[in-house]
Design a protein around this ligand. Structure first.
Ligand SMILES: [Ca+2]
Length: 227
């Protein structure tokens, strides 16, 4: 279910509850769907993702092992289904990451909900990491040894800001951790791919947010069943 839909139903629900100055907004992210630069299908960039910083820990002076990719879609292709948005994704490989420090700074009282779609075109045991940082501090993260294979799935993280990091810039980090052959003999790296990064700023604590989402899910389910 797209986050935008959840937001709409979530705030419809709170609007029903009573008056309030609720104002959720989407934080601006540069090149959030990796459609820039537009590439010919089957080609990719290596070391550049416009708007994002590429970091490869083994050779930090030389950005590489991450880029923009225009894959093939369909049975026997890179992915089974179209990518979440547009035609292109970001790829990361062998421990490389991409990150973007946003113009948005931490505002206490807001909950930031990061959503990004993740897949691995090659292997379902790829280890990926998605993180949100406030200044230099990781405030929300997810790592997984299992990746959605050839089909993108959303990952969501939430961070409710208190005063600790007020005014510090937010950074989104998307990383592949599986490299150096420690995991599988003779194979030194598998990649992780990402698409459609969104960051919503919501004036609700996460408990209320989860309650609203769950409540609306139940309502939707009942309507489906009775309909
Ligand atoms: Ca895209």
């Amino acid at each position: 279910m797209p986050l935008s839909f959840l937001l709409i139903v979530g705030f419809s629900f709170f609007a029903l509850l009573g008056p309030g100055q609720l104002a959720a907004y989407s934080v601006i992210i540069v090149n959030p769907s990796f459609e820039d630069p537009g590439l010919i299908q089957g080609t990719w960039t290596d070391g550049t993702v416009p708007g994002w910083e590429v970091f490869y820990p083994d050779q930090p002076e030389t950005p590489q092992n991450a880029g923009v990719w225009h894959p093939f879609i369909g049975r026997g292709s890179d992915y089974f289904k179209p990518v979440p948005h547009g035609n292109q994704v970001a790829w990361t490989y062998a421990g490389a990451s991409i990150s973007q420090t946003l113009s948005e700074t931490v505002k206490p009282g807001l909950t930031y909900i990061l959503e990004v779609y993740v897949a691995s075109w090659y292997y379902d045991r790829t280890n990926y990491e998605v993180a949100l940082l406030a200044g230099d501090t990781t405030v929300a993260s997810r790592t997984s040894d299992v990746s959605p294979y050839k089909e993108f799935e959303p990952v969501r993280l939430a961070y409710t800001a208190d005063g600790t990091h007020a005014g510090q810039p937010l950074t989104i980090l998307l990383k592949n951790n599986f490299y150096t052959g420690e995991h599988l003999e003779g194979i030194w790296g598998y990649g992780s791919e990402f698409d459609l990064v969104t960051l919503a700023a919501v004036p609700l604590p996460p408990a209320a947010w989860l309650f609203a989402s769950g409540f609306l899910g139940l309502v939707a389910l009942r309507r489906l069943r009775s309909g």
